[in-house]
Design a protein around this ligand. Structure first.
Ligand code: PMP
Length: 396
């Protein structure tokens, strides 16, 4: 089989698995009206499948900052952070993240994906160990591959299993980077951070926490799980993204270890890519201010999340283990998930469809992401539609 034949075989497999799935992935959005509504095809739909947790994608402060940056600094930096791509805004944003987390060091990357790649591959290498939660995001897996370190998975959110694996590593636990996530993107559950940190301390390893989905969502000022749990001291590196609560694109890593700064000179995903555009940096800085002062937005977000989670569990859907902005219905098979997803779209609701092997344990998910801008009426409509489809599809 040549290289192109292999792609044809993969396409055939995909079609055989999901003949009707055409359109489920990479769905064309024709127009965006707000952080909760858009047009798909001819229909105005409710957006319940975005990571826009604080609903800031049209915040006037962010729009204004982005416009001004385009006018003053142009459309792109046309260069790497390492060369000509570190403008005043990039450096200010790093200072602002360091201040936000009260951390000594902070690095801004071009995407959240690259923040994980660059940080992981900068910290561990051949001979070291990356000990990662089994449900880790692809960017964590890819960072590990890039690093050349030995990759070991511990059972999802299971500190006892983590302990067992570190014990087996013996002396190598001191060259081990443990990696967990604040909120896991598939089922919306939170890391058992206190347990993970106490195991980490026992074996003298380092811990990286990806707060991609928890930044802006957890903690009084929105730092994430570190703030909610008061465990900042126990985490060595925090990575995160600008593409969710901050509504732009980019990523960061903060740490109290001064050595983080060295990554600027060795980390390929930092060096060999162009830096974020001035407009991106400007809107992110404006959004970070709103996020830090966003107590009301967080309260609304959690109220909305509880409204949908309790409605869906009342209907009888099997859900992720705890309420939160990610509410995932777990279906028995891809066919059911697809039927539910299509049914929702017919009622003008867009959510995410996740099919094997993308979800943990080969689960099929219909995943909703709630944001602070959703109204109670919109959530009620979504809940009622889920209820109708529960019987229509025969899930009862
Ligand atoms: N980490 C996690 C846990 C994620 O879910 C994502 C994106 N879905 C990323 C990192 C990558 O972020 P970005 O899309 O901003 O590159």
């Amino acid at each position: 089989m040549n290289l192109l034949d292999k792609l044809d075989a993969a396409a055939a497999l995909r079609k055989a698995q999901l003949p009707e799935a055409v359109g489920a992935f990479g769905i064309p959005i024709e127009e965006v009206y707000s952080s909760t509504e858009a047009r798909i095809g001819e229909n105005r739909v409710l957006l319940f499948g975005t990571n826009n947790y604080l609903g800031l994608s049209f915040a006037p402060e962010c729009l204004k900052a982005a416009h001004e940056a385009i006018d003053n600094e142009g459309t792109g930096t046309t260069g790497s952070r390492m060369a000509n791509g570190s403008y005043f805004g990039h450096r200010e944003l790093e200072r602002e993240f360091a201040d936000f987390y009260q951390c000594r060091e902070s690095i801004v990357f071009t995407t959240g994906y690259q923040a994980n790649l660059g940080t992981i591959a900068g910290l561990v290498g051949p001979g070291d160990v990356a000990l990662i939660d089994g449900d880790s995001h692809a960017s964590i897996y890819d960072g590990c591959t890039l690093s050349g370190a030995d990759v070991i998975r511990f059972r999802h959110n299971d500190a006892a299993d983590l302990d067992k694996r570190l014990r087996r590593l013996g002396d190598r636990s001191t060259v081990t980077l443990i990696i967990a996530e604040g909120i896991y993107s598939m089922l919306g559950d939170q890391a058992s951070l206190a347990d993970i940190i106490s195991v980490k301390n026992k074996y003298n390893s380092l811990l990286l926490l990806d707060e991609a989905h928890s930044l802006g969502v957890l903690g009084d000022t929105g730092q994430g799980l570190v703030e909610k749990t008061g465990m900042m001291e126990g985490v060595d590196f925090i990575t995160g993204t600008f593409s969710k609560s901050l509504c732009s694109i980019g990523g960061f890593c903060v740490s109290n270890h001064p050595q983080l700064n060295q990554l600027r000179f060795i980390s390929h995903p930092y060096i060999f890519t162009a830096s974020p555009s001035p407009a991106t940096i400007a809107s992110t800085r404006a959004a970070l201010k709103l996020l830090r002062n966003g107590t009301k937005l967080r309260e609304q977000l959690w109220k909305n999340a509880h409204q949908l989670y309790s409605k869906m569990s009342e209907i009888g859907y099997k859900l992720g283990p705890e309420p939160g902005p990610i509410v995932a219905a777990i279906l028995d098979n891809p066919k059911q998930a697809l039927a539910l997803w299509q049914g929702l779209l017919e009622y003008n609701i867009y959510v995410n469809l996740i099919l094997p092997p993308a979800a943990p344990e080969n689960k099929s998910l219909v995943r909703c992401s709630i944001n602070a801008a959703h109204t109670s009426e919109q959530i009620q409509y979504v809940g009622e539609t889920f209820a109708k489809l529960y019987t229509e599809i025969g899930l009862d």
